[in-house]
Design a protein around this ligand. Structure first.
Ligand SMILES: [Ca+2]
Ligand SMILES: [Ca+2]
Ligand SMILES: [Ca+2]
Length: 300
């Protein structure tokens, strides 16, 4: 038989946790007739081969005390007993959990300055380094206010759309921001992490623009008038037509329909002969519209 010395060591292969890991219990399975003692040390690092970046060897008590890392190597030092018999290790077992990283979330809709008059879909994207599915909560805050109102505290795992209905959710017209918080707690009960995103301001606008037709719409044989229009948010367009003719755009007196108050100018001649009804269609940026109609005298 081979001569047996008083001490010997065993160096384990480099163990790969597959990602940054927190080390748990290290268990040594000794044979029934094992004698003497076994000293366990471990080191860890993030490169597949131990190098200067790895932690130094440290003694393993119940758990390795070396830092969280992807790779670990352990070393067993066998010390012969006073009776001359040697330690005999049958098995080793190391527990670990992969370190958790926070999910991130980004919103695809709403985008900045979008305006909605009816139900619309929020869409978002979640990314989690461990591919954990997340629970999502959705809150809404009116611009200028401080309190977030929770619309939905917990949206099911894997869901990434939500329908916001201004009527059903009792959301008044105004500018708002949405906040989404994603939480990977379902897969990380002991060390859950969150990510969040706050949208750019967007508008809920369920109110149509208003306009009052001036008393005089014609001048000579043509249409010639300026129509003051107002909206609670923003006027987008003013169009007109005679009877069921084609819609034509009115001009913004200041060059652009882009605010709450606008003046729409209509100049057109001649008014065709016969009975004519002038229709005006005023839209805001959310798509609410008001239609006004008025009889005008055609060219004799
Ligand atoms: Ca995670
Ligand atoms: Ca409006
Ligand atoms: Ca303007």
């Amino acid at each position: 038989s081979l001569p047996i010395g008083p001490r010997g060591t065993y160096l384990s292969p480099v163990l790969d946790a597959g990602g940054s890991a927190r080390w748990g219990a290290f268990e040594l399975g000794l044979a029934d007739d094992s004698a003497g003692s076994v000293v366990v040390d471990a080191r860890s690092g993030d490169s597949a081969a131990p190098d200067a970046e790895w932690s130094p060897w440290t003694a393993v008590g119940g758990e390795p005390s070396c830092p969280s890392a992807r790779y670990l190597q352990y070393r067993l030092t066998f010390v012969r007993g006073d009776d001359g018999n040697s330690p005999l290790v049958e098995s080793t077992r190391l527990s670990y959990i992969l370190a958790n990283n926070a999910p991130t979330v980004s919103l695809e809709t709403p985008t900045v300055a979008q305006a909605f008059r009816t139900k619309f879909d929020l869409k978002w994207k979640v990314s989690d380094p461990e591919s954990d599915q997340v629970l999502t909560s959705i809150s809404l805050k009116r611009e200028g206010e401080t309190e977030w109102r929770v619309l939905e505290p917990e949206i099911a795992l894997g869901t990434d759309t939500y329908s916001l209905d201004p009527v059903a959710h009792k959301v008044e017209d105004g500018a708002y921001r949405l906040r989404l918080i994603v939480d990977d707690i379902a897969f990380n009960p002991t060390q859950p992490l969150q990510g969040q995103v706050i949208s750019e301001p967007f508008w809920i606008d369920t109110t149509a623009p208003r306009a009052a037709l001036p008393e005089t719409l014609t001048e000579g044989d043509g249409l010639a008038f300026t129509l003051p229009v107002t909206d609670n948010h923003r006027v987008a367009s003013v169009e007109w037509r005679l009877n069921d003719g084609p819609w034509r755009a009115a001009a913004a007196a200041d060059g652009l329909f882009d605010s709450r108050l606008e003046q729409a100018a209509v100049n057109y001649r001649p008014i065709p002969a016969g009975e004519q009804t002038l229709h005006l269609r005023i839209k805001d940026v959310a798509g609410n519209e008001t239609v006004l109609s008025q009889q005008v005298a055609g060219t004799p």
